[in-house]
Each structure stands twice: as structure tokens, then as C-alpha cells.
Design a protein. Structure first.
Length: 231
């Protein structure tokens, strides 16, 4: 694209080079990240097009995922970017996240491997800034009944309660449970509190009809299963 086009308004570009017309004619996959973002922005500011503004935003944040983890303070300093446009960007990012959740919709899914669990919880947990402890309930055929939050904590701890986990599982007639826990710090080593809680939970499960067959330590970035320990 010529420097003249880059510095002029998008409406002055040849029709085939305009992001919106390009998307309608060739499909969204043919657009660059800056072109997709420019369509959301619609306009730039005096002296810069929506593409120029989109490139500045991407230069600062790098990826769309990084944008999803920002707050209002991170968007200060962009000329031509007000609350309405910031809201549009965050709405689009949330639509993308929810689309991925639907893609791996877990209802009645049969759990046959640790990877099945990772695929279900990753869209929900990979970008969390606080610790969360989730419990998946399975029926006797190892099909998923439901996944619930047992605890939502702070940046470095979550405090689930053993009796509530077991009570909830019994209320749902679960034949087995899977516990999932994240560390926003990306340190996958269990803390002393994690080990203590795991021991207490497993000890209590021995006195119920529920079974915890495996303890999984997974990288919620989606790249690998770090540890699988048979209990």
C-alpha cells in the first residue's frame, strides 16, 4: 500500500483496498489484524485514518488477547479513541471468547482423557487474573453433568471448602468428580496449602460414593499436561 494511501482517509482509497469492502468481497480471513480492528473503530482522528489508529493500538498491546486483559487506564493517550470505541473493542473480544466456549460446549461430553478436561476449561480460565477452583461432576459413564465454581479467590489463593464440594457432588448424583485449579502467576508447582487441601479432599472422598481417579496439573495456556498422578 502506498504512503499516499496510508496517510489519506480510508474513504479516499480504491474500493478494493478498504477494509470493510475487502471483508465483504474476500472474507474476514483475508484481512490483517489492523484491518479488522479498523472496521470496529470505523473512524480515526484528524490526520490519521482508522487503519493508522488500529496500528498504533496493536503496536502497544501486541495481540488481541493482551487487549482483553486491559482496563480503561491502559487505553489513555490514543488520539481519536473514546469510551464508545473502547467498548466496541472489548465487546468484540468477549464475543470471540464466548464463541470459543460454545465450540467446546461441555454438556454431556464424555471425558476419556485429561486433554478433554483442558479443552473444556481453557477458554474459561486461561486469562483469569485471580485463582479459581472448579469442580466437574461426571455420571457413571464419565459424561459431564456440570462444572461449578467451588471458590473464587485472590491473585494468589482460593479457599474451597471440602464439605461443600462433596455436598454439591452428591446433590448432582455425581459418580466421579474432577477438580481444576489455576495459578495466574503461571507457577504450576502446588503450594503447601494446595497439597494439604488435596489430601483432605481425597481422604473425605474415600467415605463417599464419589471417586477422584486422577490429580491433573495442567498448563492452561493450552500447550501441555504437566503432571498426571493416579490417586
Amino acid at each position: 500500500m502506498s504512503e499516499k494511501l496510508q496517510s489519506s482517509g480510508i474513504k479516499d482509497w480504491p474500493e478494493d483496498d478498504r477494509p470493510r469492502e475487502k471483508l465483504l468481497g474476500k472474507g474476514a480471513r483475508e484481512l490483517s489484524n489492523s484491518e479488522l480492528l479498523a472496521i470496529l473503530l470505523r473512524t480515526g482522528a484528524q490526520g490519521q485514518s482508522a487503519i493508522d489508529l488500529a496500528r498504533k493500538i496493536l503496536d502497544k498491546f501486541g495481540t488481541f488477547r493482551n487487549m482483553s486483559q486491559t482496563d480503561a487506564r491502559d487505553w489513555q493517550g490514543f488520539k481519536g479513541l473514546g469510551p464508545a470505541k473502547i467498548a466496541q473493542i472489548h465487546a468484540a473480544l468477549e464475543i470471540g471468547r464466548r464463541f470459543r466456549e460454545v465450540e467446546v460446549r461441555p454438556e454431556q461430553r464424555k471425558i476419556v482423557s485429561a486433554r478433554d478436561v483442558v479443552e473444556i476449561v481453557m477458554p474459561q480460565m486461561r486469562d483469569l487474573k485471580t485463582e479459581v477452583f472448579k469442580v466437574a461432576h461426571l455420571n457413571s459413564n464419565h459424561r459431564l453433568i456440570v462444572i461449578r465454581n467451588a471458590a473464587v479467590g485472590t491473585v494468589n489463593q482460593a479457599m474451597p471448602i471440602v464439605r461443600e464440594i462433596i455436598h454439591d457432588a452428591l446433590q448432582n448424583f455425581a459418580a466421579a468428580i474432577i477438580c481444576i485449579h489455576n495459578h495466574p502467576s503461571a507457577n504450576l508447582s502446588p503450594s503447601p496449602e494446595d497439597k494439604k487441601f488435596t489430601g483432605e479432599l481425597c481422604a473425605c472422598l474415600l467415605y463417599t460414593s464419589d471417586a477422584a481417579d486422577d490429580l491433573l496439573c495442567v498448563d492452561l495456556g493450552g500447550r501441555r499436561i504437566i503432571k498426571k498422578t493416579t490417586l
